[in-house]
Design a protein around this ligand. Sequence first.
Ligand code: ADQ
Length: 520
Amino acid sequence: MNGTLTEGQDRPVVAVANRLPVHQGDNGWELSPGGLVTALRPVMATHPGAWVGWDGGTKGLPPTLPDSGVRLVPIGLSAAQVRNYYHGFANATLWPLLHNAIEKPRFEQAWWYAYRDVNTIFGERAAAALDDQPDAIAWVHDYQLMLVPQLIRERRGGQPTGFFLHVPWPSPGIFARLPWREQILTGLLGADVVAFHTDEYRGNFLRSCARLLRDDDIEVRGDSVVLPDGRAVTTATAPISIDVAEFTQHAIEPETDNDIRLLAEQFRDRTLLLGVDRLDYTKGIIERLLAVEMLLERNPGLRTSISFLQIAVPSRDDVREYRQLRSTVEQHVGRINGLYTEPGSDVPVHYLYRGLSQQQLAAYYALADALLVTPLIDGMNLVCKEYVTVQNARGGSGVLLLSEFTGAADELPQAVHCNPFDVEGLSYRIEYALGLTADTRREAIAAMAAHVRDYDVYRWVSDQLAEITKAAAAVSRLPADRAASPCTPGGGGALCPGHWPAAAGRPLPRRAPGWRTPRR
Ligand code: ADQ
């Protein structure tokens, strides 16, 4: 990350992300919850342009984002595309693969074809939006759209384009399991900058390129990947963050005070442990519940003096593994309460299965004595940054338990780090964290909040845009044919849509000499 870069700050941004960031709420169209939306909202406020994304099947979308001039470019997908591209390739192949294969990724040829087709649609719509705003920076997000950077380059050679991956990049040995690994890498290398949350993910990506593209004359030089035509793709480490000013405001507004009063009444005389996550098997919710169970088993006194509250936002319940997870979580909550509720007392485990507003979340963050962030693997994790910000704004002395397998662990050394795979160890870490003095905890919260404040999401955005602008400017100094990085199948570098079976029903293209499809 380079905090001194300032170029690119006044250019519009065409963001390309799987979903449009709006949904129909009680008061009309509202911004949706979720890590990506939370992160990108400030970009759109400071760099209005357009947002290209799937409409999620909703009709009557507004032409612009609520309260802003950002144009929404909706993409409609058929039921089969949603099934195969989104639930299939994105969420049942790539998501588990990129999360270290902690669930077994499923590989289906039909899903891959759908992924390629849908990426082609996104690429075309993004290029059209960029035609309307030729001075804009294209900023493509996340694992659902890894072929889009190259598609944009094909359509608009020289277009400054960045890609940001919000999830981890696994070791080359795990990534190599993907039958379509070369196509994914080549799609990403259409960008000027490919960025990750941590050095570890970036290193894994560079090693994947070195190992899997070496027969294609693609070379890794330092932090860059050099294509056969000489174009260098920069990689960057850019840990994402939150809108600190907004969470600080939520922490102190009167509505939050009211909510805190009600919650304090509900959990009176209890130490409140909190978990806040999308309901996802990467988040370590089961391990957390089992650790709380061990804690209660070992310490009968805690059965009436602590409450553990898990707030889970529903997620991807069209994917089998997610439906199973929901039912497993509910079974554990029921079993633990069945075993450890003392007669005449409240249950020790509370569970909310719903989305809450940021302001409501702020009240829970403010009241919680401890936040348990225990993912088995997580690209970054924004919840812990929100917690330390709210705690600090209210002068709180909460304690943050943070899995060492989150991107955030690199940035927040003052947290109580834990290994969620070691459930018994985790239960002892919780006990340890609760035993720290209020002063120690307050000091740690203040240090972490200061770091998050210094590296907030606005800084992340401006650093990233400057980085993309700088890298694109270097490419534009190359001869025009190189900047465009035309399809060079012999060298295996850039792959143009003409070499893909772009849409179902169209004939498969001729395989170019030297282009290898990984064997299945
Ligand atoms: P997510 O996996 O969604 O994001 P995370 O970073 O924790 O994970 O972001 C979750 C966001 O959703 C937070 O802003 C949180 O406030 C919000 N949220 C959680 N539970 C909620 C609830 N019940 N109601 C309302 N809002 C809720 C992905 C990656 C992460 C990465 C982000 C950003 O998996 O590793 O940090 O993108 O890059």
